[in-house]
Each structure stands twice: as C-alpha cells, then as structure tokens.
Design a protein around this ligand. Structure first.
Ligand SMILES: Cc1ncc(COP(=O)(O)O)c(C=O)c1O
Length: 476
C-alpha cells in the first residue's frame, strides 16, 4: 500500500497549525518558496499541498499576494453517531419507497440530491464514446459476439492490474465481467445463500442491497456501523456467536450512504473473523477509486487467504453508469458464479467492455480519477458546510474521505419522508433515511448527493434547510 503522499503530509501540518490557531482566519501563511525552504520539500510539493487545502476551503489564494487562511473556516457539523444494532434477522420491505424515488430520479426537472449518481460533467463522455466506436470497428465480428464468461479478456487483465493498487493480487482468470456491480452482488448472493438464509449487513445499508435480499427470500441482520470506520466488528462478532449467519455484505470504502472507510487493520480483522466462522464476505468496492486523497485504499479481498471474499465492483461511478460494465472476483465460488452468470443472461454486452478496457489501457484513467477526486472532495466539503449553515441546530453530517454521499442526521422531530414530499414540491429529490434500513429506522436522516454541487444546488440546500427547520419546530 502506498504511504501518504508528501504533499498531504505538508498539507496536514499546515492544517494542524490552522486548527491550533498558529495561523488564524484571514492571516497569510508562508509563501510557497519559504515553506519549501523551511520544510525542505520541493516547490511543487508545497504548491500541491496548498492546492489541496484550497479544495478543502482551508486556504485561499489571493492574486499577487499569496495564500491566506480562509476568513470563514468550514464550520462542519458533527458526524452522526454509530447506528443502532438490530439483533434479530428481519424480512425486508423498502420496495415501494425506493420505486417512488427511482421514478423521481427520471424526472429531469428535479435537482437530484437523492440519487447516488455521478455528475455527467465528471464523466469522460466524448472520449469514451469515441473509444466505443473505434473498438467496435477494430474488433468487427467479435464486438457483436457474446463475450462468454468469464468475459472480455482484455478488460479482466486491466482490472487485475489495477487491483494491485488495492493490495490485491488477482489473475485475469479470477475475474468475471458482469452487467454492473449490482449483477455482481446478485450473483454473489445467489452463489452463497439459499432462501431463508440470513445475511449480515451494515446499517444503514444501500437500499438496493436490502431489496435484493428481500427478492431472494433472504433475511437481513443489521450490524451497526460508524460514519468513520464502517461496520462494528464487536457487534458482528457478537451476532456471529448468537445467530446463524450465511453471508456478510459490506461496502468497504466510501460507503453508500455512510461514507465510511474501513481502516486496513479492520478489514484484515473482519476477513479473519468471517474466515473463522467459514462465512463468505461479499465486498462492494464501487467507490474505491474515488478517494479524496491520492492513496487508493485497500480492499478486504487483499487479506483473503481462504477464497471466501467475493469482491464486486464496476465503472458506474467513475466512467459510465449506462455502459453497465462491472466485475466480480469470486474466490472459491468462481465456478458457481460463472455458471449462474451463464444461465442468467449468458454474457454482458461486448462493445462497452471493449471500450472500458481500452480506456483503462490507453485513456488516461488515472489522470481522469485525479481530476474528479479533487472535484468531489471540494463539492462534498462545500455541501457539508452549507448543511451546517442552513439546517436546524443539532444536525450532524458525515465527513467522507471519498465518494459523493453525505449522511445527514437531523433533529428527531424532522421526519425525512415528510421532508421528501416537501422537497419534491420545491424541485429536488432527497433520499430519506428509512429506505436504508430493513426495519424502517433513520426517520430523521437523509442521504444527499454532493456530486452536483453548484450555486443552484446551494440554493436548494438552503430551501431544504428551511423545510427541515420548519419540521423541527413543528411549524410546517
Ligand atoms: C454501493 C453501490 N453498489 C452498487 C451500485 C450499483 O452499481 P452498478 O450501476 O454498477 O450496478 C451502486 C449505485 O448507486 C452503489 O452505490
């Protein structure tokens, strides 16, 4: 795993000095040249560090004058606390609500704060589509033929290469391509569970997983999680000792909706704990490439010695959700997953696999990621700050280190389903808390998507904050 880049170390030292009051709001910080001399690092490193702090609204550049501490430092609300445990497995029923929300997602007149979709402005649409047509010409008949499982070989090679950066030594043959990450998770659940089985899942949980669990006739056992470190291993250990569990589902990096990133040590511990009980782990790493820092976090799969981790991901958050290009490394369940894939839909679309493979090999994917990660970091910081400004007192908001989802806890009086109805009337969608729970929890929570941040969205957050304040004071 890479160490923290030098510029982040420099940025963190300056940010500590700001936090401790050595540099106060409005004051000038050392010039780039001076700091480079003082800290014995290159000019470019200091430039990058200052750029990093600018993105986080800690410093601002003033033309011809230098860098200053922002007059108004981001006053982020506190983070939500660890979620409530649920000790009994439960049937799930979040279907109607999520369908209503998906319908609203299709409404172009609404500002999409509710859906966890990437901002199309941050997708390489033109380049990718150009590659699609070039690859279709290049591969002729092959481009219109089935990419029979395990799927397009070039794509699997590129994915295997990239996953080395996440600490994971995979061979192309360990990987099967799928139609998005959702299909990967569906195949994984089908391979390891049978109807009536219990799946341990962090709470709050991505609502599509809850629906999938319901559709497959499984039961969800909700395990509490924190917005900083994800699933509680103490709670999971307790659950495993007291309830039969057949699989565990987890989003290890920049969780949807919590934003949590499980630390490496904890990932290792989780894999060992589940391995001890011989329980498969279905790991979703769809946001792993969207870390705000330059360090690509590891995946739990990196610590898998028994082949019990089924790692699922896709390029839906970074390149093209509509291309439906995903993959799974299913460990010891590989043959079973491959068979299921064949009987479900034979193969995934060939042309988009070819185009994504070409983008990974020659399209500057890393450059693209560097740019969008900075954008999302800035947008998440700005939205978090605006929520602090406009929402009722006592509101808490997560501080993700990647991705674009913010998890917001409002005062208890605020019913997010009521807020949802009012928000749609005001021209925006939000994702109300209860859709993230198998048992209707999180009534006073919402998930907001920071990817579309703009002045207009800031206006929407102001309106949403007003609506939430009205509900919290009983004045609606
Ligand atoms: C955690 C998580 N997994 C999977 C998906 C869906 O992925 P795909 O579109 O690749 O099927 C999403 C989309 O929101 C997600 O947030």
């Amino acid at each position: 795993m890479a160490n923290i880049p030098l510029y982040e170390e420099v940025a963190s030292r300056i940010s500590t000095l700001v936090e401790e009051g050595t540099f106060r709001p409005g004051e000038r910080v050392p010039s780039i040249r001076n700091l480079s001399r003082q800290m014995q690092v290159s000019i470019n490193t200091v430039k990058e560090a200052y750029g990093f702090l600018e993105d986080r609204r800690i410093l601002e550049a003033r033309p011809q004058s230098g860098y200053y501490v922002c007059p108004r430092l981001p006053a982020l609300p506190r983070e939500p606390v660890v979620s409530e445990p649920m000790l009994q497995p439960a049937g799930v029923s979040v279907g109607e609500l999520t369908q209503m929300i998906m319908r609203d997602i299709l409404n172009p007149r609404l500002i999409q704060l509710g859906a966890a979709i990437p901002n199309p402005e941050h997708l390489p649409v033109t380049r990718l589509n150009r590659m699609l047509s070039i690859q279709a010409r290049r591969f002729g008949v092959q481009s219109v033929s089935y990419a029979i499982p395990p799927g397009c070989e070039r794509l699997r090679k590129e994915v295997a290469r990239r996953m080395l950066g996440a600490g994971c030594a995979l061979r192309p043959d360990d990987i099967l391509t799928t139609t998005g990450c959702m299909e990967a998770v569906l195949l994984a659940l089908k391979a390891v569970c049978k109807p009536g089985d219990t799946v341990a899942i962090e709470t709050p949980a991505y609502y599509n997983f809850l629906q999938l669990i319901q559709e497959l006739g499984l039961r969800a056992l909700e395990i509490p999680a924190s917005p900083s470190e994800g699933m509680s291993l103490e709670a999971l250990g307790y659950a495993l000792d007291h309830t039969p569990v057949h699989a565990c589902v987890m989003i290890s990096n920049f969780n949807n909706p919590l934003g949590s990133q499980m630390p490496d040590e904890k990932k290792k511990e989780l894999v060992a704990l589940l391995a001890h009980h011989e329980i498969p782990l279905i790991e979703d790493d769809i946001y792993g490439d969207l870390a705000f820092s330059d360090e690509r976090p590891s995946v739990a799969k990196a610590y898998d010695r028994k082949g019990l981790v089924l790692l699922c991901s896709s390029f839906s958050k970074t390149l093209a959700p509509g291309y439906r290009v995903g993959w799974i490394a299913a460990g010891r369940y590989r043959a079973q997953v491959e068979k299921l894939k064949l009987v479900t839909n034979i193969a995934s679309a060939t042309p988009t696999q070819l185009a994504v493979a070409e983008f990974l090999a020659n399209g500057g994917y890393d450059r693209h990621l560097r740019s969008i990660r900075r954008d999302y970091a800035r947008k998440a910081a700005l939205m978090g700050e605006a929520i602090g400004r406009f929402f009722p007192e006592g509101t808490r908001v997560s501080r993700p280190k990647g991705g674009f989802s913010l998890w917001v806890e409002m005062p208890e009086m605020v019913d997010s389903l009521e807020l949802y109805g009012k928000a749609v009337k005001e021209g925006m969608t939000i994702a109300p808390g209860p859709i993230f729970s198998a048992s209707g929890k999180y009534r006073n929570f919402v998930r907001l998507n920071a990817a579309f941040w703009s002045e207009r969205v800031e206006g929407s957050i102001e309106v949403l904050g007003r609506l939430a304040r009205e509900l919290s004071s009983g004045n609606s």
